[in-house]
Design a protein around this ligand. Sequence first.
Ligand code: COS
Length: 383
Amino acid sequence: MAVDQETLKQLVDSVARFVRERLVPLEDQVASEDAVPRDVVDEMAALGLFGLSIPQAYGGLGLSMSEEVQVAFQLGQTSPAFRSLIGTNNGIGSHGLIMDGTEEQKQRYLPRLARGEIIGCFALTEPGSGSDAASLRTSARRKGDGYVLNGTKRFITNAPQAGLFTVFARTDADKPGADGISAFLVEAGAPGLSLGQPDRKMGQQGAHTSDVIFDDCQVPVEALLGAREGIGFKTAMKVLDRGRIHIAAVCVAVAERLIRDSLHYAAQRQQFGRPIAEFQLVQAMLADSKAEAYATRCMVEETARRRDAGENVTIEASCCKMYASEMVGRVADRAVQIHGGAGYMTDYGIERFYRDVRLFRIYEGTTQIQQLVIARNMLKEIS
Ligand code: COS
């Protein structure tokens, strides 16, 4: 336990209230304006949400994985765009630095990330390198007292807001796979760094992604993460392992929200002279969703607990990400079905969640990549 039970309870209760009273009423506005209002961002920072998982020594709350998932179970009960804004500072945009950064690098960036003064992002994917992350082509050439980066990163979450980019680039052109990759901490405004137009997406309006372009981008030697070349790919994999548990917790939260909305709708919507909740075919959909969300909550809690205990949970993290993201897709589909025509109409917000959750099966590793990670590691265990 990183914080005492009473502090954790207060935090979880505050986040639940914030979501219910402040964020849920803004869901339509955020979707139509494609932006989270500035005052909401400030309130999130005041609640400590940008630094949930950043160690206390660097100004964060230092939550354990088990504690973090309890917060995610609440924070995820609204549009995923809100979570996305704080998601990178607590996950892929900071944990490379936390796991493998030098002390100077941690001191320089983590306190600002924890306060939400800067947004961190994770620049791994490229136009030609998605699931096959080790094939990335962005180069980092040593020149004088620094490196020169060239290449394009694609679909980078929070890039339009980012102050700090963890960039994966090939420092050794002679090593084509994972071994030649290093990670760099590149600050917004570095000469030669530019952004593409924000991407137009299927869902999650209010959360932004864009290309990040490096054109002879010069960074000092101190930007090399961990001051070591060749460890970047492993850093990326470790960061993704951890992030997958968090994403799975968010999937549970969205599922629980949709089940609640569906239950209330079914209880009040009358057809054939009674609430549709009294019909067994509707009850079956509610029951399937409930059981699947509950099973997923249990696996997320168990995996988080085992990670906190120091176990290697690569397999379990991928199981969680795969099962949770597929589960919330089914739950969202049933929510549309229970709402009938209303579920298809924008005004009810259910179709928005249906589009929003589609991303969970894709980012931080597709379902197919999770299958591959699970099976490969199972085979490794018996060999
Ligand atoms: N933790 C620590 N090290 C890991 C690791 C993990 N979870 N997974 C792999 N590694 C290490 C391996 O042990 C290997 O090191 P050694 O050569 O010293 O043994 C090295 O990293 C390369 O691993 P591997 O050979 O498994 O790499 P592959 O190129 O075959 O790719 C997959 C592995 C497919 C799993 C990887 O490319 C992947 O996760 N792709 C999806 C990327 C992704 O999630 N993108 C989403 C965008 S970011 S939001």
